[in-house]
Design a protein. Structure first.
Length: 188
């Protein structure tokens, strides 16, 4: 697909617009999961990965105003010459904002991937070692069931994995493995 941006430029934009290292790590984790989901579904890993990498590009700009979240991303990406279809996919992950209802597999994957990344990080951080390498998919599934654990991890969004044909248990394992693959970069 002709996207209008490559990963190197996307990383530059991320570093320019997201100063919070935890948010940057969240975007990197979401990218890794999206790439794994795309591989599993036979989709374009680069395209799906970039959706994950750039999905929260404007959070430092908009702060807690979720009604504006993704609008600044849209502006930034339009200035970069990024195709509108890609921008709309990113906008769809913010149900409280200007995006439309999710309908495409990549949109469901983005919502599920960005939500489970926080759950995986939280599950790793309660381990004595605080290392992704020591976390098991079974523990992620167990933590998913604990509604008070990692409250910000939208369980309904995570379950959108099933709308794209990936069973929940498999998705937990896929997400964990993807994040373990970049654990050094994430500092976990």
């Amino acid at each position: 697909m002709a996207l209008g941006i490559n990963r190197a430029r996307a990383i530059e934009l991320l570093n320019e617009h997201l100063k919070n290292p935890r948010l940057r790590n969240h975007c990197l984790a979401t990218e890794a999961i999206m790439r794994s989901v795309a591989r599993r579904l036979g989709e374009d890993e680069d395209y799906w990965g970039l959706c994950g990498l750039l999905h929260d590009l404007d959070l430092d700009i908009v702060g807690d105003d979720m009604s504006r979240h993704t609008l600044e991303t849209e502006r930034i990406l339009k200035e970069e010459g990024v195709e509108q279809e890609f921008i709309e996919i990113i906008k769809s992950h913010n149900e409280m904002g200007p995006g439309r209802a999710r309908s495409l597999p990549v949109e469901h994957a983005l919502a599920a991937s960005e939500s489970i990344s926080g759950l995986v990080v939280a599950a790793a951080l309660v381990l004595p070692t605080k290392k992704l390498a020591d976390l098991k998919a079974k523990s992620v599934r167990k933590r998913f069931k604990e509604k008070h654990f990692a409250r910000g991890a939208d369980r309904e969004a995570i379950l959108e994995c099933e709308r794209i044909g990936i069973p929940f248990d498999e998705f937990c394992a896929l997400a964990l493995e993807a994040m373990q693959g970049i654990s050094d970069e994430l500092g976990l």
